[in-house]
Design a protein around this ligand. Structure first.
Ligand code: SF4
Length: 445
C-alpha cells in the first residue's frame, strides 16, 4: 500500500510556498495520496523523500508498454475509478485472435482485417492495435507469429510450450510482445523466461483469490511487468472481477492487483454479436486489453467509438486547428462559411456542406474547443474574433465575392460584424447544420 496523506506530508518541505499550485503542502499531499497529482509538481522535495514517495506517486495501476513505432500501446496507468474524476489515460487496446485451431481462411481474414479496418472520426484515426497468436500444438505457431509480426501490430504470444514461446519472443522481441500466460502450473518457468527476455508477462487464474498469490510470487522473482486475466465463466463474474480489481488498485492501492487486465470475450460465447456486447461492457469497465475472436466492421466500429468517447479527456474539448478548410473543390465563386473549432461542430458542419454538393470555403475559428452558442456566450466567438479570422486567413485572395455566411445562432452579431467588415455582406446561415444543404442550394455569389 502507498503512503497516506499525512505520511506524505511529513516528507514534504512544509514551507507552503504554493509553487506546486496548491495552497499548502498538506493540500498537495492529499492530492498525491489520491494519485491525482504527480510528485514532480513540487520542485523542492529532497532526493531522499523522492525515493520514499516514489511508491505513492506512481500510478496505482502499473503501465505496460507493448508494440513499436506508431503501433506502440500503453496499458494501465489509470489513477481514477470514474472518468469525470479526472480522465482515463490509456485506451483499452483492442485486438484479434489468430489461433492454430482456426481454419486458414479465418486466420487470413483476421490478419487482413486488423491491417485494413480503420475509421476517421472527428479527425482521429480509430483502429484495433493487437494480434494475439495462439499455439495449439499443431506445429504452425511460429509461422503464424511471423505473419502476425508482418502486420506491425503489438503482439500477444500465447503458448504453453516454453520453447515455442521463447522462439516466438526472440523473433518478435523488437515489438515488446506480451508473453501469455503464467499459471499455477508453469509459474516458475514463465517468470524466468519473462525475466530473461525482459518482456511483459500475462498471469491468469480462475479467480482473483487464486490470482493474487501468483502475482506475489512473480513480483518476488523480480517480474514486475504483468498483465492480469481472471478466467471466469460468465460475463457477470468477469465484470464483477474487473470492477473489484480496479477498486482494489485505486481505492486501496493494493499492489498485487495494480496491473492492467486483459479479457477475451470470445471465451464466453461463439455468437459474434454477444461477443461484441461483452467487449463493450469490458471496455466500459475496466479491461485494459480486449482480444476478439474476429473483427467485423459493424461491431468493431461501435466498440472503437465507445472507447474513443470514454478515453477522451472530459476537461479538454476536442478541437480542430483554426484555418481555412476546403469542402469539395471550391473556387472564387464558392460560398464562405464560418464556424467554431469544437471538433464535433466542425465535422457536422463540413459533413453537411459536403451533403449539399456545393463546394465551399469553411473558416474555422479557434473557440478553445467550445461549440457555437457556448463560445458566443463566453465571448470567444464574436464580431471581433470573426473579423480577425477573415483578415488573418486572407480568404479575400481566394474569392471574388464578399459574402460571409455565419451560424444562425449568432444572429445578434450581424450588425457589429458589418461594422467590423464594411466591405462584406454578412449572411445569416441556418441555426441547425442539418439545414445547410437546402440553404446552400440557393447560393448565388
Ligand atoms: Fe509544499 Fe512543495 Fe507545494 Fe511548496 S511546492 S507548497 S513545498 S508541496
Amino acid at each position: 500500500m502507498g503512503l497516506n496523506a499525512l505520511e506524505i506530508y511529513k516528507l514534504l518541505p512544509k514551507t507552503n510556498c504554493k509553487d506546486c499550485g496548491f495552497p499548502t503542502c498538506l493540500a498537495f499531499a492529499m492530492q498525491l495520496a489520491m494519485g491525482k497529482v504527480e510528485l514532480s509538481k513540487c520542485p523542492h522535495v529532497s532526493e531522499e523523500a523522492k525515493q520514499k514517495l516514489a511508491a505513492s506517486s506512481a500510478p496505482p495501476i502499473k503501465t505496460i508498454v507493448m508494440g513499436k513505432d506508431e503501433n506502440k500501446i500503453t496499458l494501465g496507468g489509470e489513477t481514477v475509478l470514474f472518468r469525470h474524476e479526472k480522465t482515463f489515460y490509456n485506451p483499452t487496446a483492442i485486438g484479434v485472435l489468430v489461433s492454430e485451431d482456426m481454419d486458414s481462411t479465418k486466420i487470413e481474414e483476421n490478419l487482413k482485417k486488423i491491417k485494413e479496418l480503420k475509421y476517421e472520426r472527428v479527425g482521429e484515426i480509430l483502429k484495433p492495435e493487437v494480434v494475439a497468436v495462439e499455439d495449439k500444438g499443431k506445429g504452425k505457431f511460429l509461422e503464424l507469429v511471423k505473419k502476425a509480426y508482418e502486420t506491425g501490430k503489438a503482439l500477444v504470444l500465447m503458448s504453453e510450450n516454453i520453447e515455442n514461446l521463447k522462439k516466438s519472443a526472440e523473433l518478435t522481441k523488437d515489438t515488446r510482445p506480451l508473453l501469455y500466460a503464467a499459471t499455477e502450473g508453469n509459474l516458475e518457468d514463465m517468470g524466468k523466461l519473462a525475466k530473461e527476455l525482459g518482456l511483459p508477462l500475462a498471469v491468469k487464474a480462475e479467480s482473483i483469490e487464486k490470482l493474487i498469490p501468483l502475482v506475489e510470487k512473480l513480483t518476488s522473482m523480480g517480474v514486475n511487468d504483468l498483465v492480469l486475466e481472471v478466467e471466469e465463466k460468465s460475463i457477470k463474474e468477469i465484470f464483477s472481477s474487473l470492477v473489484s480489481i480496479r477498486r482494489a488498485a485505486i481505492l486501496k492501492r493494493y499492489q498485487a492487483l495494480g496491473y492492467p487486465v486483459m479479457v477475451f470475450p470470445g471465451k464466453l460465447t461463439t455468437d459474434p454479436l454477444k461477443e461484441a456486447l461483452y467487449a463493450s461492457i469490458m471496455i466500459a469497465k475496466y479491461g485494459s486489453m480486449v482480444i476478439l475472436s474476429q473483427l467485423n466492421g459493424e461491431t468493431l466500429f461501435p466498440l472503437l467509438v465507445e472507447r474513443f468517447n470514454i478515453f477522451t479527456d472530459p476537461q479538454r474539448p476536442l478541437a480542430t486547428p483554426e484555418g481555412i478548410y476546403e469542402v469539395g473543390k471550391p473556387n472564387e465563386e464558392s460560398p464562405v462559411l464560418v464556424t467554431v473549432n469544437f471538433s464535433l461542430t466542425y465535422f457536422i458542419v463540413s459533413g453537411e456542406i459536403e451533403n449539399s454538393r456545393v463546394p465551399a470555403w469553411l473558416l474555422v475559428q479557434d473557440s478553445e474547443g467550445l461549440s457555437v452558442l457556448t463560445a458566443w456566450a463566453a465571448d470567444k466567438f464574436n464580431a471581433e474574433t470573426i473579423a480577425e479570422l477573415v483578415k488573418k486567413t486572407k480568404i479575400e485572395e481566394r474569392i471574388k465575392h464578399r459574402k460571409l455566411i455565419i451560424p444562425g445562432y449568432v444572429a445578434s452579431i450581424v450588425g457589429e460584424l458589418e461594422e467590423e467588415l464594411p466591405d462584406w455582406e454578412i449572411i445569416l446561415g441556418p441555426r441547425e447544420a442539418t439545414h445547410i444543404p437546402s440553404f446552400l442550394k440557393l447560393w448565388k455569389p
